[in-house]
Design a protein around this ligand. Structure first.
Ligand code: TRP
Ligand code: SF4
Length: 344
């Protein structure tokens, strides 16, 4: 497995995100915050992966336009900068579909059937039985084959690094195999990209379960500071602390996951001792963390307000990115067609 947590300072970065609704802080901490850092260091292409949403939601496409727009607002207010990174929408760059088609010619089906992430997704959707590889052949082609589309997304911009969470590493691995095969069969066109592993930050929802848009337990990037404050003040804590005088254990406290991400070592020390000795109350404890979260997300909320007042700016920023991406994609596709003997 080729993964690295310290990206080299040169090279091209590509990553995409499925537009499935407003971003919650799990996705902010798990991906977007990292993209914003990378845009200052590398040539970056970040995109809204709207075709990928169709792999599992093909009957219900009514909210795609709104979700794409919301995601662009989330991106811009979070600090992705269209002057630094190319920010675009996948379906606006049709070359992704062409490259997907051409790459599909050189991908043996077993490479797809054994993909552990697709298997897991199909299992969660109730489409296949656990450990039954044969049932993978009953999936829609689009779902089974989406890692090839993802390889096209990545190779289109000749990425050398792909920031992703651990679940996406098999797709980057497949991308490498496809690149190798293409380069060998035709001519060397594509670099083999590395996965740039984004450290998983465990952020549970306010009720202690997994944070999810549909669980009514998420803190959204688009929440105003007072709502963030309110949600986190009520966030679940160690159930042992029924009364103020009952001691607790931070490691059994959902809220404490946020302390670990946001607080200074001194604060962690203070909170840990205070919790175990019942020296502080939960609200006082959470206030220490909330202050940091609100300080980080407050400016995002302000930029959002400015963007909401000028919706045409959001649209034109996306158009600008789409055009830049199309220009690079057109050049790549010339090279690909030429290597494959397809003329232009
Ligand atoms: N499949 C990715 C996800 O679900 C999104 C994605 C699509 C992506 N294309 C990509 C990520 C290319 C990195 C590179 O999160
Ligand atoms: Fe969690 Fe802090 Fe309450 Fe302990 S004192 S249970 S760490 S909120």
């Amino acid at each position: 497995m080729t993964t690295t947590t310290t990206p080299p300072s040169s090279g091209i970065v590509v990553s995409g995100m499925r537009p499935t609704g407003r971003l919650h802080i799990g996705r902010w901490l798990g991906a977007l915050r990292n993209w914003i850092r990378l845009q200052h260091e590398r040539r970056c292409f970040f995109f809204i992966a709207d075709w990928h949403v169709l792999t599992t939601r093909q009957e219900d496409t009514g909210d795609i336009e709104r979700n794409v727009r919301d995601m662009m607002v989330d991106f811009l207010s979070a600090g992705l900068d269209p002057e630094k990174a190319v920010i675009f929408r996948q379906s606006a760059v049709k070359q992704h579909a062409e490259l997907h088609l051409l790459l599909s010619m050189i991908v043996p089906t077993p490479w797809l059937i054994r993909n552990p992430t697709v298997k897991e997704q199909a299992r969660e959707l109730g489409l296949v039985q656990a450990e039954d590889e044969a049932s993978m052949t009953t999936l829609n082609y689009g779902l089974l084959g989406y890692p090839v589309l993802q390889a096209a997304d990545i190779l289109m911009y000749k990425a050398t690094g792909v920031p992703v969470g651990i679940d996406q590493v098999p797709h980057v691995e497949l991308t490498r195999e496809i690149a190798r095969r293409f380069n060998h069969l035709y001519r060397p066109v594509f670099p083999e990209p590395d996965a740039l592993l984004t450290e998983a930050q465990k952020v549970p929802g306010t009720d202690g379960r997994k944070m999810g848009t549909s669980y009514n337990n998420a803190v959204f990037l688009s929440d105003p500071p007072e709502v963030i404050d309110q949600k986190l003040s009520r966030m679940m804590t160690d159930p042992r602390r029924v009364r103020r005088t009952d001691p607790g254990e931070p490691f059994d406290c959902p809220a404490f996951n946020l302390h670990r991400i946001y607080c200074t070592p001194e604060e962690i020390e203070y909170v840990t001792t205070g919790c175990r000795t019942a020296g502080i109350g939960c609200l006082e404890c959470k206030r220490i963390m909330i202050k940091h979260v609100v300080a980080e997300l407050g400016p995002i909320s302000e930029r959002r307000a400015a963007l909401e007042a000028r919706p045409e700016m959001v649209q034109s920023a996306l158009e600008h990115g789409n055009e830049q991406a199309r220009a690079v994609a057109a050049t790549t596709m010339e090279g690909v067609r030429d290597a494959m003997g397809l003329g232009s």
